[in-house]
Design a protein around this ligand. Structure first.
Ligand SMILES: [Zn+2]
Ligand SMILES: [Zn+2]
Length: 257
């Protein structure tokens, strides 16, 4: 009887977890010169592309801006009201950080209810008035700080931070080849390492123990959304559920190392 009860309880626990396909790094047509898809791409088309790709969660992470997020959130709400099919939209931004000879792209993800304040505060912390930036300059905005400091600030503000395309080659540079990768991945502020090539998974996992290894599309067009993705078990379709699935229990544990 006891064994039977335990079995039922395990079955109930497992049934609360939903296997969800996530794309935690994607771009909108906000910056026309940086977008590879049709310039007239709408938020609705982005939502439909994500759902057609089988995603349950899409993070919208333009370069140093959260300005397109409300359009995609509204389109997802409208689509859900019409079709009953939900897409969880997670707001965020891609943050370029330069330190010495290194350059790191961090993805900051923020709770949907407070992302604007979080992003404003992040920009203010590093002395940038993002309201004065020209849209075409957004991909070149660069924070000059140690990437671990930026990652910690994102977490302090209630966000999640992952390292974008750690194995992408830029000329002769690859972050995965650099000592900075180990320091940043071991800083305690990074929830995940995003890879482009699954062949690098073993090396990244060995050098970033306890950090989730993920894949994301870095889509710059609707057709690229979900081309690389991560499947996680979520206990609820929410930002908090995402954080738990990535192994981040709360802010203090994220910072405790
Ligand atoms: Zn990037
Ligand atoms: Zn990107």
């Amino acid at each position: 009887m006891l064994v039977c009860c335990i079995a039922i309880s395990i079955a109930l626990e497992v049934s609360w977890l939903t296997s969800t396909q996530l794309d935690l790094h994607s771009h909108s047509p906000l910056v026309p010169a940086d977008y590879r898809g049709p310039q007239e791409t709408t938020a609705r088309q982005i939502v439909e592309s994500a759902l057609e790709a089988g995603l349950g969660l899409l993070a919208v992470t333009d370069h140093f801006s959260v300005d397109f997020v409300p359009h995609i959130e509204a389109a997802a709400r409208r689509h859900a009201a019409e079709s009953g099919v939900e897409l969880l939209v997670v707001p965020g931004a891609e943050i370029r950080v330069a330190w010495g000879e290194d350059e790191v792209h961090l993805i900051a993800l923020f709770p949907p209810e407070s992302y604007r304040e979080c992003f404003d505060e992040l920009a203010r912390t590093f002395g940038i008035d993002h309201t004065a930036l020209l849209v075409e300059d957004l991909p070149r905005v660069t924070l000059r700080a140690h990437p671990s400091v930026v990652a910690r600030r994102i977490v302090e503000l209630g966000g999640l931070c992952h390292i974008a395309h750690a194995d992408r080659v830029f000329g002769s540079y690859r972050l995965l080849d650099r000592p900075l990768f180990d320091r940043l991945a071991g800083s305690g502020a990074v929830a995940a390492v995003e890879l482009v090539d699954p062949a690098n998974r073993g090396e990244a996992a060995r050098r970033a123990p306890g950090v989730s290894i993920i894949a994301s599309s870095d889509a710059h067009s609707p057709s690229e959304i979900g081309r690389r993705r991560t499947t996680l078990l979520l206990d609820e379709p929410s930002f908090a559920g995402l954080a738990r699935a990535l192994g981040v229990v709360d802010e203090e544990s994220a910072l405790a190392v």
